[in-house]
Design a protein around this ligand. Structure first.
Ligand code: PMP
Length: 426
């Protein structure tokens, strides 16, 4: 790690949590330069839903490169882009009766969020965007202004204007519908709140600690937006592309957001790519008004088009449901086995969070799991949630073995810590 410490900026983070030098990867497994193998329960923070170096996508990519296809084209039309647009429309949008136009923005999630905020403000002529407690939408200035973490916001070092936080579902306890509060602000002409341009929401706050909003809450949020002419933006960057079992995380809730942000697993291969889906009436951009050098990555178009094959039938979706069911079963067994951790489970599909009440336990378990060959991250304001985020293509055997490693890691951390051992009920 000496090279990285000497030459790379202190801003680096994941290499501190997972201190190995990785060399190869296939499916759900990473190999470091010493040949040690790791099961990946992190999936590039949701960018590798189809696993590392997915063979079907790799084949297409090699074929395209060998045929001298166009790698860079600004936003000029290419055959690779046309194939992606046509397949996305026929495989994803049409069967769901969604009529969206597609905007290629810069390739990161934050780029998609920036574009969504700018478009909503332009389309409505209003300025404020409402976001929710525990949200994460990126770290560029605009996206940071709708990200909740106080320490992340502080790093901006300038005021983060024109946004307003509201309580996410459940954040005022189980008996309060936080939307009552939002509705009061929107309805009362003397509430002090301007009608916002947009409301941005994650159906499941992955970075915020795997917090899911109830479908009824999301539906009410959507109808409040409709009623007040507010642009309803769904950030499906981490939990879209199949993570919850359906392509979009909001399908079961029956939502039809005005703008959808997608990135991470949209390319299917870990290649940088992000898109906005926008209702045609919101497409008020002038040509070039939100332009840039990298507006569409043709390498990513090739793999993204291939990734869509997983959605041509409902087989893949069913398999995610089965694996999610098995994962939840095994994680609940862990909760039973270690009552002293006061752990609980939350999540949907193949994003599950093991929530530890004991300070620091999540991070300790993540470190121990790494030593045992499992890559697993924590999330939540204090790193208290162990986030289970395996590739959706993981085999059931790999899934079970990874969860077994979690269990062994908890056992090891507890036995090392007298404090927890004492707190253990007889
Ligand atoms: N939105 C959500 C929901 C995310 O999870 C993330 C990344 N964790 C982002 C936006 C920002 O994406 P990026 O890191 O690619 O800028």
């Amino acid at each position: 790690m000496k090279t990285f410490e000497m030459l790379e900026s202190d801003v680096r983070v994941y290499c501190r949590h997972f201190p190995a030098v990785f060399e190869k990867a296939a499916g759900s497994t990473l190999f470091d330069e010493n040949g040690k193998t790791y099961t990946d329960f992190f999936s590039g923070a949701g960018s590798l839903n189809y696993g590392h170096n997915n063979p079907r996508m790799k084949e297409r990519l090699i074929e395209a490169i060998q045929n001298d296809f166009v790698t860079h084209s600004l936003d000029m039309a290419t055959t690779a882009k046309r194939r992606f647009l046509e397949r996305f429309n026929s495989i994803i949008l049409e069967p769901r009766n969604f009529k969206y136009k597609i905007q290629f923005c810069g390739p990161t999630g934050a780029n998609a969020v920036e574009a969504a905020l700018k478009l909503a403000r332009k389309a409505t002529g209003r300025q404020t965007v409402v976001f929710f407690t525990h949200s994460y939408h990126g770290l560029s200035l605009g996206s940071l202004a709708v990200t909740a973490s106080r320490s992340k916001r502080k790093s901006a070092a300038v005021p983060l204007h024109f946004t307003m936080p509201m309580a996410f579902d459940g954040d005022l306890g189980p008996d309060v519908d936080t939307l009552d509060y939002l509705e009061m602000f929107l309805t009362k002409t003397s509430s002090g709140m301007e009608i916002p341009a947009a409301i941005i929401v994650e159906t499941i706050q992955a970075e915020g600690g795997v917090r899911s909003a109830r479908y009824s809450w999301l539906q009410r949020l959507e109808s409040l937006c409709k009623k007040h002419g507010i642009v309803f933006i769904a950030d499906d960057i981490q939990v879209g592309c199949g993570r919850t079992g359906t392509f979009f995380s909001f399908e079961e809730a029956g939502l039809n957001p005005d703008i959808v942000c997608l990135s991470k697993s949209i390319s299917g291969y870990g290649l940088p790519m992000a898109i906005l889906l926008l209702k045609p009436e919101l497409d008020v951009w002038e040509p070039g008004e939100h332009s840039g050098t990298f507006r569409g990555n043709n390498l990513a178009f090739v793999t993204a088009s291939e990734a869509l094959s997983y959605w041509e039938t409902d087989e893949f979706s069913k398999s995610i449901g089965q694996k999610a069911h098995r994962a939840a079963e095994l994680l609940n067994e862990i909760i039973q086995a270690f009552p002293e951790t006061q752990a609980s489970l939350r999540g949907r599909g193949l994003i599950q969070g093991l929530v530890f009440e004991k300070d620091g336990l999540g991070d300790q378990v993540s470190r121990e799991a790494f030593d045992r060959g499992l890559i697993i991250e924590t999330s939540g304001p204090n790193g208290e949630v162990l986030k289970i985020l395996p590739p959706l293509t993981i085999t059931e055997a790999e899934l079970e073995s990874g969860i077994r490693t979690i269990s062994e890691s908890i056992e090891s951390v507890l036995s090392q810590s007298e404090k927890y051992a004492k707190a253990s009920p007889a």
